[in-house]
Design a protein around this ligand. Structure first.
Ligand SMILES: C[S@@+](CC[C@H](N)C(=O)[O-])C[C@H]1O[C@@H](n2cnc3c(N)ncnc32)[C@H](O)[C@@H]1O
Length: 332
């Protein structure tokens, strides 16, 4: 593993079985570490996402219910859209523990599928490989800098990931990631993407805002990292317009209300912690984080009660095709 403090690139993990897919001299973007020059805000935010998933990885592995339902739905839409088939290779961007691989395998009734996953979180990749040792093709990396040759994959899937790149406050948008996906996708092949829509986690976000209003004048509070919606939930038309701008054809686009039911608020709060602890607490100084999280949990339980809880989930699903005879309007 090489780490380059000049802000250039390093490959973190090798993908042996996909040797012929590597872009020549491609470099995977590495976050600046200790001793490196200052990060820009967008890189700093991405680092917050990486650290959050790394530190919450074991909790995340136990609380997958928040995204396992939408992963199955997304795959269902892809397979019934008429533009995907079992043959060919799949790239899962923001793959987490790679649970999609098993799901695809099952849908195709044991037919061997070429699966490749990439994720920012080294810990989630590690846990995914322990859970399923046959998953060799999982690597640590950034969706915005995919280490693959142009037109390497037949299908790209991204479940519940791209809203983390929707951070207009730091000049970050999912557009760069979508353009990278366009680059590595073969012509006449499809992308299946889901993101959290506006309104997701509404009640939790209310608690979050109330507590932040109390903390924002504390010494060390980083106001520049405060966001009213730290999840970056999106509108359907926002995602569609980005895809159209890049050159995709939209085959299917849906906004669905899919509440996820938790037997107790406490269980729900664990799932939210695994999902976005670092992003919610980005503005809070390190020593105060646990205390502030506790305050948010207390506020939530005070308003909701520790009873069965229906988490509001508005999911956006899009199946998009990279058409033939279209150079795409996006120029990297
Ligand atoms: C909610 S999880 C979803 C994981 C997986 N897709 C699933 O459905 O189980 C979001 C994932 O996106 C990953 N992620 C966020 N930003 C990323 C980036 N820029 N590059 C790669 N992965 C990223 C996180 O590390 C995390 O594993």
């Amino acid at each position: 593993m090489t780490i380059d403090c000049e802000g250039r690139y390093a490959i973190l993990s090798l993908l042996e079985a996909c040797g012929n897919l590597w872009a020549p001299n491609h470099e995977v973007k590495q976050m600046a570490g200790e001793g490196c020059k200052a990060m820009d805000s967008s890189t700093e935010y991405k680092e917050i996402v990486r650290i959050s998933y790394d530190t919450q990885a074991s909790l995340y592995a136990k609380t997958l219910s928040m995204q396992s339902g939408n992963m199955m739905r997304l795959l269902g839409y892809l397979l019934t859209s008429g533009i995907s088939q079992s043959r060919g290779n799949y790239l899962d961007v923001g793959c987490g523990m790679g649970n999609l691989a098993q799901e695809i395998q099952q849908r195709f009734g044991g037919v061997s599928i070429a699966y490749c996953g990439i994720d920012l979180s080294q810990e989630l990749i590690k846990l995914g490989k322990i859970q399923n040792p046959s998953l060799h093709n999982m690597l640590v990396g950034d969706i915005e800098h995919l280490p693959f040759r142009d037109e390497s994959f037949d299908t790209v899937i991204s479940n519940s990931v791209l809203h983390w790149l929707n951070v207009p406050e730091v000049g970050q948008s999912p557009r760069r990631a979508l353009a990278e996906i366009w680059r590595v996708l073969r012509v006449d092949r499809s992308l299946a993407v889901s993101v959290a829509g506006i309104g997701t986690g509404r009640m939790f976000q209310e608690s979050y805002k109330r507590v932040m209003a109390q903390c924002r004048f504390d010494p060390g509070f980083k106001a520049a990292l405060y966001r009213e919606d730290p999840v970056g939930t999106m509108r359907l038309d926002q995602l569609i317009n980005m895809l159209l701008d890049i050159g995709f054809n939209i085959k299917l686009a849906l906004l669905e209300y899919e509440p996820v039911i938790y037997s107790h608020a406490a269980k729900y709060l664990n799932a939210v912690k695994a999902y976005g602890y670092g992003m919610f607490l980005a503005p809070v100084p390190p020593l105060n984080k646990e205390m502030v999280w506790q305050m948010i949990e207390n506020d939530f339980v005070e308003h909701i009660g520790d009873r069965e809880y229906h988490h509001d989930q508005y999911m956006i699903y899009v199946i998009a095709l990279k058409p033939k005879n279209n150079s795409g309007r996006y120029q990297p």
